[in-house]
Design a protein around this ligand. Structure first.
Ligand SMILES: Nc1ncnc2c1ncn2[C@@H]1O[C@H](COP(=O)(O)OP(=O)(O)OP(=O)(O)O)[C@@H](O)[C@H]1O
Ligand SMILES: [Mg+2]
Length: 108
């Protein structure tokens, strides 16, 4: 049997994920789901309204991530062993939450 590897177009897929119709409230809820799954007892949300320079920051006191796990977490469809009661399922939420709302990386 002939096999062929067909790699998805990263650029087009990224744009498609941006247009899934993901509302801002769903994006925030997905990030808070992650905080809950990480065992957070507190989740802090800061909104800064300033037109195109607006931003939101979500922080939690959960398990956190190491440098290597942050890189893996940013992979679309990241591998994960889910425990009972975990709110994650697809390995996508962290990325789609950001992609659906933003067109440019945050300025440092
Ligand atoms: N606030 C957080 N604290 C600790 N780890 C986190 C946090 N947010 C994300 N992660 C890690 O990043 C991984 C990827 O998150 P992401 O939301 O993309 O996928 P998921 O939660 O596994 O599945 P789903 O697509 O259903 O949300 C998580 O599985 C988790 O390991
Ligand atoms: Mg998630």
């Amino acid at each position: 049997m002939r096999r062929e590897e067909i790699i998805p177009s990263a650029a087009r897929l990224t744009n498609s994920l941006r247009d899934l119709g993901y509302e801002f409230s769903n994006a925030v809820a997905d990030l808070i789901d992650n905080s809950v799954t990480a065992g957070a007892g507190k989740v802090g949300i800061t909104f800064h309204f300033d037109g195109p320079e607006s931003w939101i920051r979500i922080v939690d006191d959960g398990s956190g991530m190491t440098g290597a796990s942050v890189s893996e977490a940013m992979r679309l469809g990241t591998a994960q062993d889910y425990g009972e009661g975990d709110l994650g399922k697809f390995g996508l939420g962290l990325k789609t939450a950001s992609l659906s709302q933003c067109r440019a990386p945050a300025k440092s």
